[in-house]
Design a binder for this molecule. Structure first.
Ligand code: IFM
Length: 449
């Protein structure tokens, strides 16, 4: 088993999950700062005020990426650091990200920068948030500001990360910031996130960006049985989680079945069809984040989609996700087959476990080693089946703030002791590092023995 010589092995993080320093150097508040302060929203009342203290430990953390021998590092830029009041540029915010980019380049690591990984400035939420059309143009202005400063050095740009989560977990389920539960608002939010992407792409191009894409989180969805009601329920979950984003981005339309379904339950007026050409602007790659496989049954008591996700059998991650590399391969092949054979980067994939430091001082996360072995094998199979996958970013470089789950679930290649901020590379870091250095040869050798 080998990967192409130019295949990119990287690791990913996001600003709010690692940086801390939430009130330093002119940073404004984001919706997640507010959400963390709202009682009952985040497990144990955890906040990201310190998180991995990455803002102060930048150089040492970039050294870790180099020591792992990775080709690339995906990070996100905090909008409220750059435009704290939504309009005025904060030079110290831009300076920080310039240090990130220059620090990567000095170490021979390719930067992939994400503009939006969920930390909307609170002032923009107060003005209507993503359900408001103006937020899409505010996002394009932000892309222009960041692009003019960094486009000459950032190899790959991601506009929005997982718009499904921002729109539907944030504005429909209310489990994420800003904690709203409203179908119409969530559909407007999804549309404006996509529109923001469509407007940001030309702004970045005008600033000189060469490689730009959106990142979607996709799931592998199956019906619980051949019963037509179950098949239809699974199609709705697939429509909601996958096609609602893939179709507009790749084919300039929303799926008809879902438009009809939502049209009976929500106000679709903000979804102006004239925006679809903007949303489907040509891009250079599609970023895919993969974590979940669902088996779905019809259940008329379930709100909105009348669909219930059945409990999945083991093996599972500690976050309850099925460990099914074949599902990952199938999603990559599906996107290749059904959505115009895009260049694909796997911009996130990984597993949350409750890791601990053993008495010898190491972190022996063998479940995660097996996870990466299986999922990298799936990427290799997808490439063999024709999918144009150019790179893979493990989620995540560091254990970090896992949103509403606080610090209860660890995804890092590198263990973080949140009391001391000590970093301990886990067994999975050594494994992944060997894969990156050997272009997958190590994967084959160890799999065969
Ligand atoms: O931690 C998150 C990340 O911010 C977005 N994708 C999924 C990860 C794991 O839940």
């Amino acid at each position: 088993m080998t990967f192409p010589t130019d295949f990119v092995f990287g690791a990913a993080t996001a600003a709010f999950q690692i940086e801390g320093a939430t009130a330093e150097d002119g940073r404004g508040a984001s919706i997640w700062d507010r959400f963390c302060r709202t009682p009952g929203k985040v497990l144990h009342g955890d906040t990201a005020n310190i998180a991995c203290d990455h803002y102060h430990r930048l150089e040492a953390d970039l050294d870790l990426v180099r020591e792992l021998g990775l080709d690339a590092y995906r990070f996100s830029i905090a909008w409220p650091r750059v435009l704290p009041d939504g309009r005025t540029v904060n030079p110290r915010g831009l300076d920080f990200y310039e240090r990130v980019v220059d620090g990567l380049l000095a170490r021979g690591i390719t930067p992939m920068a994400t503009l939006y990984h969920w930390d909307l400035p609170q002032v923009l939420e107060d003005a209507g948030g993503w359900p408001a059309r103006d937020t899409a143009s505010a996002f394009a202005s932000y892309a222009d500001v960041v692009g003019r400063r960094l486009a000459d050095r950032v190899a790959h740009w991601v506009t929005v990360n997982e718009p499904w989560c921002s729109a539907f977990v944030g504005y429909l389920e209310g489990r994420h910031a800003p904690g709203i539960r409203d179908l119409s608002a969530s559909l407007a939010a999804a549309h404006h996130l996509l529109l923001g992407h469509g407007l940001a792409v030309p702004a970045l191009r005008a600033a000189g960006a060469r490689s730009i894409g959106a990142v979607v989180n996709l799931s592998d969805v199956h019906a619980a049985s051949d019963r037509p009601a179950n098949v239809a329920a699974a199609a709705r979950v697939d429509g909601h989680e996958n096609r609602w984003f893939l179709e507009p981005l790749r084919n300039a339309h929303y799926p008809d079945d879902m438009l009809a379904w939502y049209g009976q339950r929500a106000d679709l007026a903000p979804l102006r069809s004239g925006d679809l050409a903007t949303i489907a602007v040509p891009t250079d790659f599609l970023g895919i984040n993969f974590y979940e496989r669902h088996v779905v049954a019809h259940d008329s008591s379930e709100p909105i989609h009348e669909a219930r996700k059945l409990p999945v059998p083991p093996p599972l991650t500690a976050g309850g996700c099925a460990i099914r590399p074949d599902a990952f391969r199938d999603v990559l092949v599906r996107v290749h087959r059904d959505y115009g054979a895009p260049v694909i980067y796997v911009t996130e994939n990984g597993a949350g476990f409750a890791d601990y430091v053993d008495p010898e001082g190491g972190v022996d996360d063998l479940e995660r080693v097996e996870y990466f072995r299986g999922y990298l094998g799936a990427v290799e199979e997808a490439i063999a089946a024709g999918a144009d996958v150019r790179g893979y970013f493990a989620w995540s470089l560091l254990d970090n703030f896992e949103w509403a789950l606080g610090y209860s679930l660890r995804f890092g290649l590198v263990f973080v002791d949140f009391g001391t901020q000590r970093r301990i590379p886990k067994a999975s870091a050594r494994f992944y590092s060997q894969i990156a250095r050997s272009r997958g040869q190590h994967l084959a050798l160890t799999a065969a023995t």
